[in-house]
Design a protein around this ligand. Structure first.
Ligand code: PPE
Length: 320
């Protein structure tokens, strides 16, 4: 079999998958056996919903961060697409934990995916069965070690974030991600680390796979939801910042407000907390990863790694 391979030099470390055992419609099977038909509805029309979750190594073994909230968001995405899944939050949680245990992962990125199968083509998915799989992957630093250490270089994308009356932007739906793929590719091909997408009014929406924060005059600003994904890391960082005594506000912002912020950083399950050094070649602050963003990154990694017991309610210990 010959497959066309991507020429992208993205540092995301999924180039060879190493997914091992995959939970596929209730059975745990080797990756090579977890196959679908080329007539799969989701492959033709993007009719899938997915999640991105991380499990971290802790003193008590692997722990999944905010598991139930991710499983609930998967079901919310399915509801938005009009899907009628038979799996409950608890069943999805269990499938995820079973997959981590089957692979004996100490830490991993977790990708649950729900999609319409191959019973019929045509946009109406009425007759297509829903499938569910859970894969666990070794996945390191999303934008690469250097982007985190030095701060990432962002480029305002020529692609606008889809409007909420064009695509269901609150759903993590496969089809929505063509928008992210195009923006990310444009940024990388232009020599930047990541894209910054504006909404159709010109306000900053989010990165291709991250929510955005900026710090100005001692206040932390979280970009308002508008068309952004309701990020679980965004919610985590707001909570951590408030607990650290930082005032936090939710706001709309134009790109020029970000240019003159003291610091900007991006957050997401994959990206964790990634400081931004420049936007459109303008240095943010002093043009290096800022101290608040770096401190928040360290704090976040302590919390997800189980080193802060006051946040253990966010962790599901895999071996308990
Ligand atoms: N916005 C978008 C568009 C997005 O895809 C993500 C997650 C976020 C914000 C942050 O959401 P949360 O993970 O709940 O804090 N992006 C996932 C997919 C990345 C990928 O390349 O695939 C992720 O971080 O898992």
């Amino acid at each position: 079999m010959s497959a066309q391979t991507s020429t992208s030099t993205a540092p995301a470390t999924t180039s060879s998958m190493h997914a091992g055992l995959i939970w596929f419609d209730g059975h745990v099977v080797p990756e090579a056996e977890a196959q679908v038909s080329v007539l799969t509805h989701a492959l033709h029309y993007g009719t899938s919903v997915f999640e991105g979750i991380r499990a971290y190594e802790t003193e008590r073994g692997a722990a999944v961060f905010r598991l139930g909230e991710h499983s609930q968001r998967l079901l919310d995405s399915a509801k938005i697409l009009g899907m009628h899944p038979s799996w409950s939050v608890d069943e999805i949680d269990r499938a995820i934990l079973d997959t981590i245990r089957a692979n004996e992962r100490r830490s991993c990125y977790i990708r649950p995916l729900m999609w319409y199968g191959a019973e019929s083509l045509g946009v109406n998915p009425g007759r297509n069965r829903l499938h569910l799989m859970v894969a666990t992957l070794p996945w390191g630093i999303y934008l690469g070690d250097e982007a985190v250490r030095k701060g990432a270089a962002l480029m305002t994308s020529s692609w606008r974030r889809s409007a909420g009356d064009i695509m269901p932007t609150k759903a993590k739906a496969g089809g929505n991600y063509v928008n992210s793929v195009l923006a990310n590719a444009e940024a990388r091909e232009s020599g930047f680390d990541e894209a910054l997408l504006l909404d159709k009014e010109g306000y900053v929406a989010e990165g291709s796979g991250e929510n955005i924060f900026f710090l100005k005059g001692g206040t932390l600003y979280a970009l308002a939801h508008s068309v952004n994904l309701r990020g679980i890391t965004r919610d985590t960082v707001i909570t951590l910042a408030r607990d650290m005594g930082t005032p936090v506000e939710s706001t709309m912002a134009t790109r020029d407000e970000l240019y003159v912020a003291d610091e900007v950083f991006m957050v997401g399950t994959a990206a964790e907390v990634t400081p931004i050094a420049s936007i459109d070649r303008r240095p943010i602050g002093t043009g290096v990863a800022g101290p608040y963003g770096l401190a928040m990154r360290e704090h976040y990694l302590d919390v997800v790694g189980g080193r802060r017991s006051e946040y253990h309610h966010w962790l599901t210990f895999v071996n308990d």
